[in-house]
Design a protein around this ligand. Structure first.
Ligand SMILES: Nc1ncnc2c1ncn2[C@@H]1O[C@H](COP(=O)(O)OP(=O)(O)OP(=O)(O)O)[C@@H](O)[C@H]1O
Length: 347
């Protein structure tokens, strides 16, 4: 991050190689951040957004480390790649400056034909979560910004209604944008004319979920002036590929260490085992693990598709108590003592 008072060497190091900022390798940078920008006010956040954060069910008073670094850069209009562990606050790290930028243009007379901001996520469930977060911030700020989200089962007429206006912010999977383009409810020229901010959230999953072609098609329409943000919990070849495909000379923020806790994708206290078996034997193996109490306490089982989670649920219900199993959005229910085992599809 380019900051007043920083040494010349540091500035040069950051400007080199896509302006990479390894926060753990430069602890003094974190310290400087700590001293200089402890609060959202000091990050330059609009008071309406700060009030909206304070009003949340669990009020948010101080920025997380990734927010401290990312928010000012995004407010300055930089392209940013933010890599920080799950739960580090990446969603607000891009949503707050994105909303602030749109607050500044909310009263503009210029008639747009397409949304100013696209937030692309890999799944319908994430789409719903991000949409909820944006809507609640907009409601709390009491501003005239409109957000919509698209779902994969929407017919063309619903897509047309959702995009009429147009909204200021679109939350979608890449495939719903591709569908909207193909049925003509989004127009290439209007995207090129209107798009100001493009966010790829959970970027580490976007390509593995099969959105490469949709993203390539969209990239061709993204104007050069559009600010692009890429958020990811891990670094991977896919994230690099997306970075090269869409971003321009971005700041790369990596936050592997927060408050002395090493940010590993798999925490140290988690033991991992894998069982090699054919497709047909998977259910029996899971049953054996549970029946023999080899996996104890609460269990979260991920499957790669929704129909597989239902098959597993039906299978396990034949053996265990029906009330033990739940499928759907897992984390809201995981702390409930009634729910002992959860099956979740990773889509
Ligand atoms: N500054 C903050 N102070 C306290 N809580 C926060 C702050 N920022 C975000 N949170 C809360 O932390 C939780 C996790 O945040 P968030 O979902 O943004 O993490 P993430 O880094 O995007 O994770 P993922 O990689 O899974 O998307 C949310 O409940 C969010 O409301």
């Amino acid at each position: 991050m380019v900051k007043a008072g920083k040494t010349k060497e540091k500035k040069e190091k950051e400007n080199k190689d896509n302006q990479e900022i390894q926060l753990n390798e430069e602890p003094d940078v974190v310290e400087e951040e700590d001293e200089e920008a402890r609060t959202f006010e000091e990050l330059g956040l609009d008071p309406r957004l700060i009030r909206a954060l304070n009003k949340k069910e669990i009020s948010i008073m101080e920025p997380t480390p990734i927010q401290r670094v990312a928010i000012p850069l995004i407010l300055q209009g930089k392209d940013v790649v933010a890599r920080a562990k799950t739960g580090s606050g990446k969603t607000l790290a891009y949503l707050l400056p994105l909303l602030q930028k749109l607050l500044g243009t909310a009263d503009s007379n210029r008639k747009k034909l397409s949304p100013s901001a696209f937030i692309l996520v890999p799944s319908g469930e994430l789409c719903q979560q991000v949409y909820k977060e944006v809507s609640s911030l907009i409601d709390s700020c009491k501003v005239q910004l409109k957000v919509v989200h698209l779902t994969s089962n929407m017919p063309a007429s619903d897509l047309r209604n959702a995009l009429a206006g147009p909204p200021d912010i679109l939350v979608s999977t890449p495939s719903c944008v591709a569908k909207s383009l193909s049925v003509g409810v989004l127009k290439s020229e209007s995207i090129n004319d209107s798009l100001e901010i493009l966010v790829l959230d959970e970027a580490d999953l976007l390509l593995s979920f099969g959105y490469e072609e949709d993203l390539k098609a969209l990239t061709a329409l993204v104007p050069r002036r559009c600010q692009c943000l890429l958020m990811s919990a891990t670094s991977s070849a896919d994230v690099d590929k997306l970075k090269k495909l869409i971003l321009h000379n971005p700041y790369v923020l990596t936050l592997p260490e927060v408050e002395g806790v090493k940010d590993e994708v798999i925490p140290k206290n988690v033991q991992q085992f894998w069982v090699s078996c054919g497709d047909r034997d998977k259910l029996v193996h899971i049953l054996a693990l549970l029946k023999l109490d080899l996996v104890q306490k609460k269990v979260l089982i991920f499957t790669n598709a929704i129909d597989m989670s239902f098959r597993l649920k039906l299978f396990l219900e034949k053996v265990f108590s029906v009330a033990d199993y739940f499928t759907g959005h897992p984390l809201n229910y995981f702390n409930s003592s009634l729910i002992l085992k959860i099956i979740a599809a990773d889509t």
